[in-house]
Design a protein around this ligand. Structure first.
Ligand SMILES: C[S@@+](CC[C@H](N)C(=O)[O-])C[C@H]1O[C@@H](n2cnc3c(N)ncnc32)[C@H](O)[C@@H]1O
Length: 280
């Protein structure tokens, strides 16, 4: 929003003030997130909390950090699954992993890993392809609460039933139950799967690049960002990849319209898989 543009309605103005308050008080910058997304999440929180309007909500989150953490969870949308879009994982297994085999050491970054399901899926895939012990995997998210959950690696048995179906469709070669043990209503993932994973807080809006990545997976994150921020993050990925490194985006995301598109080859637009030019 710029100072000389008077065309905004009250809701736009209040949303802007809310985002500014969060930035000033807590250092999280949502100004480049899709405004439609932020407005939807604020509306949802207003209903849940019984507050009357965005200004009341803004005041409450300034005063009450625990309330802010709930709003942060609303904004971040942590929906995820193990082997989400199984055909994507099958494609990785059949087409990309064999190429990664040629590297003595492989660095992988899951940006926006949420509660960990995606990175544990990768760990399983790498194990079955005999590559896991050569990998260093970084799993990052800007939401501290969700990173703690990811580290636990505990999921409901109900969810695990769905993940088992995904695992089979993704070309899994063992019994999925080999990777967890059941306790009450939960499945606790095998500790071995965590051995090569480092979980860390990292904010794609404000933090820097990770060096020398062979593979970056950032799926279903950029969809919440506006074009400017998407470009910034794609540039961050370009800088973090080795020449010939791979970038995977979510099914509704694409590199096609980004500023860095010409620095990549499209490996599969269907699976949103791109490879940094060897000469980039
Ligand atoms: C919908 S989940 C996607 C999880 C997983 N990648 C998948 O596709 O199943 C989006 C994740 O992006 C994270 N996220 C949102 N903004 C972020 C930012 N600025 N930096 C890092 N992570 C962010 C959220 O916290 C959330 O966990």
């Amino acid at each position: 929003m710029n100072d000389f543009d008077f065309k905004h309605n009250n809701e736009d103005v209040e949303t802007f003030l809310c985002i500014e308050a969060i930035k000033l008080k807590y250092g999280y910058n949502f100004s480049e997130y899709s405004r439609a997304h932020i407005k939807r999440r604020i509306k949802g929180r207003l209903v849940k909390s019984g507050l009357n309007n965005i200004l009341e909500l803004t005041h409450r989150l300034i005063e009450d950090e625990a309330f802010f953490r709930d709003v942060l969870l609303d904004f971040s949308i942590n929906v995820t699954e193990m082997f989400r879009d199984p055909s994507f994982f099958k494609y990785l297994r059949e087409n990309i992993i064999p190429i990664l085999q040629s590297y003595p050491k492989i660095n992988i970054w899951h940006a926006g890993c949420s509660s960990g399901e995606e990175v544990y899926s990768m760990a399983i895939l790498l194990k079955e392809c005999g590559l896991y012990d050569r990998c260093q995997i970084y799993a990052t998210d800007f939401n501290q609460k969700i990173i703690e959950k990811a580290k636990d690696g505990i999921y409901s048995l109900e969810a695990i039933r769905e993940y088992t179906k995904n695992y089979i469709l993704a070309g899994g070669t063992r019994s999925f139950s080999d990777y967890y043990f059941a306790k009450y209503d939960n499945a606790i993932l095998d500790l071995e799967l965590k051995k090569r994973i480092t979980f860390a807080e990292h904010n794609l809006v404000t933090d820097g690049s990770f060096g020398e990545m062979h593979l970056i997976i950032c799926r279903n994150v950029l969809i919440y960002f506006n074009r400017t921020l998407q470009n910034r993050v794609n540039r961050l990925f370009l800088d973090s990849l080795i020449k010939g490194g791979y970038l995977c985006l979510g099914s509704k995301e694409s590199l096609v319209y980004s500023d860095v598109f010409e620095k990549f080859d499209t490996v599969s637009e269907e699976f949103k898989l791109y490879r940094k030019h060897l000469k980039a």
